[in-house]
Design a protein around this ligand. Structure first.
Ligand code: ADP
Ligand code: MG
Length: 246
């Protein structure tokens, strides 16, 4: 065999090896806090190995990058953003009181709101950190919304319509959001627009400070997602796994 062919062969092998390594990558190697890793092991169905979208998204989110993650339903997008989001908030937990939450997670339905809130709350409980997550839905009256927002909590899981309601009722102040918001997640971003939430989203994104990290999760690569990208993301990393729908 001539030399270039040998070199090419070697390179290929190295590539295969590193791909294998990636397959075996652990949450620890992604830079995740040991408290979170322990919490994952304690889940009813123990989570020990990151999924492909988690492998690529978690390190980028921990670095503070804006990320658009497109991967099919069931690929583990919730933990892909929740784990690094919580890790970032660990650093600020228990420190000086803020006037508004540090993180907003926007989802398209009350049902999903409940699911995500349950997941984030159980992680917080397992980690024994001083963080509080609440869910807000449009079914709640203004006084319940005010009570839930008193404190304020560190993480809010809600729908764009409910954010708009809180803003117009004065339960949330746009200036406090502008001061405090560190991370904004749009989960099921494709549905967020197709449900007609665009105006409500704009009511919030108008106050999202430039330094806020924005994460957009989606199962499709539709034009709607491109619209959201223009609305809130600054030069994001776009991760598209091959099995993406649509
Ligand atoms: P998506 O939002 O991409 O549709 P979910 O975040 O709802 O997917 O995850 C689907 C299921 O996979 C959930 O039950 C979740 O607990 C589980 N899951 C997520 N990450 C892992 C993992 N690394 N290992 C095993 N199961 C996981
Ligand atoms: Mg999801």
């Amino acid at each position: 065999e001539d030399k270039p062919a040998q070199e090419a062969k070697q390179k290929e092998e190295i590539k295969e090896e590193s791909e294998e390594e990636e397959e075996e990558q652990t949450f620890e190697q992604l830079g995740l806090d040991p408290r979170l890793i322990r919490a994952l092991n304690k889940k009813e169905i123990s989570v020990t190995k990151p999924t492909p979208i988690q492998r690529v998204a978690i390190p980028l989110i921990l670095e503070g990058k804006d990320v658009v993650a497109r991967a099919k339903t069931g690929s583990g997008k919730t933990l892909a953003y929740l784990l690094p989001l919580l890790q970032k908030l660990f650093a600020s937990s228990g420190s000086s009181r803020k006037l508004a939450p540090s993180a907003f997670i926007l989802v398209p339905s009350g049902e999903l709101c409940q699911q995500v809130h349950k997941e984030v709350s159980s992680l917080i409980d397992s980690c024994k950190v001083q963080l509080k997550a609440v869910q807000l839905t449009t079914k709640m009256g203004v006084s319940d919304l005010r009570t839930a927002l008193a404190g304020p909590p560190d993480v809010i899981v809600t729908t764009p319509a409910c954010v708009a309601k809180c803003l117009s009722a004065g339960a949330l102040q746009s200036s406090s959001i502008n001061d405090s918001l560190e991370i904004l997640v749009l989960d099921e971003a494709d549905l967020l627009l197709s449900f007609g939430y665009e105006d409500d989203l704009k009511a919030l994104t108008a106050f999202v400070p430039r330094r806020c990290q924005c994460l957009l999760m989606s199962a499709t690569s539709s034009a709607d997602v491109d619209k959201l990208k223009k609305l809130i993301l600054h030069n994001p990393y776009i991760l598209t796994l091959p099995e993406v729908e649509g």
